[in-house]
Design a protein around this ligand. Sequence first.
Ligand code: HEC
Ligand code: HEC
Length: 438
Amino acid sequence: MRTVSRGGGLSKAALTLTVLALWATAPALADIPRAPHGAADMDYQKQRLAELRGGADPTALPAFVDRRMWAYLVPDDNALNAERIALGQALYFDTRLSRDGSVACATCHDVTRGFTDRRPVSEGIDGALGRRNAPTTLNAAFFNTQFWDGRAPSLEEQAKLPVTNPIEMGHPSLDAAIAAIADDPEYRRLFQAAYGRAPNAEDMARAIAAFERTLLFLDAPFDRYLAGDETAISEQAKRGWALFNGKARCVSCHMINSANPIGTDNRFHNIGVSARHQDFDEMVASALEALRDAGLEAVDKLALETDLSELGRFLVTKNPADIGAFKTQQLRNIGITAPYMHDGSMQTLWDVVDHYNRGGEANPFLSGGIEPLNLTESEIDDLVAFLFTLTDVRFAEENRRALEAQMTLAAERRPFRQRELAERRLLPFETLVQEDAR
Ligand code: HEC
Ligand code: HEC
């Protein structure tokens, strides 16, 4: 299609045609029936999930998952079976788990949005905004800890926190959430079948975790390439994979292999995302005060409702080395889970690579692994092309659309691009010290 003429640019008619053509090929998000807070309708989401599963038995472990590793990840008292998964699925999509009946897990971890909400930070009951970006629930089962700061040790413990967090689902207690569903005969039947007991909070969390352990989406073009299909990814993406392991050093934190399929070291690093707008010293003092004798729910509130959120892993360990450190996020399905980072501050994968290329953002707690990379523009494009090959083939259409949208955005705006820093012509720490001395 030739819409751009040498002299005149894009005519109005041509532009309309181009836009219409894009709508026609893609089942647009705008056409999907809505639930509150901008999420897709819950029944629509369930139907879409069934399509994604394509009739596969959710209790069967996909061939590419290492059985011994899996045995280690699933708690002894919560072995996967069809009844537990069915209960967990019902709960995951049920807005009754929120105080005002408007928010389900699937509101913020939406099947039609890569199991995220595609917002910088999440919106809970009463339209309240949190401080952090919702990561995907796809493959979350592989993490050693849950949340950006790892404050939850398992999927089971994680599932309880949003239900009572005041700005997410807002129930005054887990028992209040159970009370909202316990009289429903369908739930009585489902709980009985799954765990042999009446509805209760511990089994609710177990069932949701069991359901999440079926959200394994690890069949990407990249895997097919590794398995020997040379045509599965482009030459550009292959160069990107080489850079990932070499000059760009991504692999030092995002190692990706069969023992660790999602691309995380399960550790916490300050890569300078928060440093852009924080006074860490001031925050540490207030945090220590607020955390005296505090339990997990208090950390949850600080993380989601206060400026202290930006302290990251420090809120959990109180170790100064963890100030501004966040969990190395997985790279699976990364094409369809924008915006990026714990605060959702980066809109495209070009922004992410630009950030690393300049050596992150200078701050006293910056991880030693973050250094200017001196990547050229075409090397940046190669890395981005590689990252887009990590999306499961079942999301191929969404991935393609996301790539187009990000390309358009990046062509207009690259707010983190800084060649002087990337090439070390400017030294951020020295500059900071000189500014202070002046
Ligand atoms: C209001 C939006 C919202 C709701 C509702 C919500 N979440 Fe989340 N979820 C988030 C945000 C934001 C984070 C990141 C918070 C953090 O790390 O501090 C998160 C993190 C997670 C993680 C951790 C993933 C990772 O990479 O560490 C899992 C798993 C998860 N949520 C599952 C659930 C389940 C299950 C429910 C329902 C019981 C739920 N969420 C309800 C917004 C939400
Ligand atoms: C020192 C360890 C480290 C290195 C090296 C590193 N990362 Fe990361 N990565 C992290 C951490 C930690 C986060 C989350 C940081 C945050 O949100 O504050 C992250 C987040 C990301 C995200 C966003 C994930 C999401 O869902 O929001 C992407 C994409 C990413 N890294 C890609 C890369 C690429 C590409 C490279 C190489 C150029 C790289 N990383 C190098 C530790 C690292």
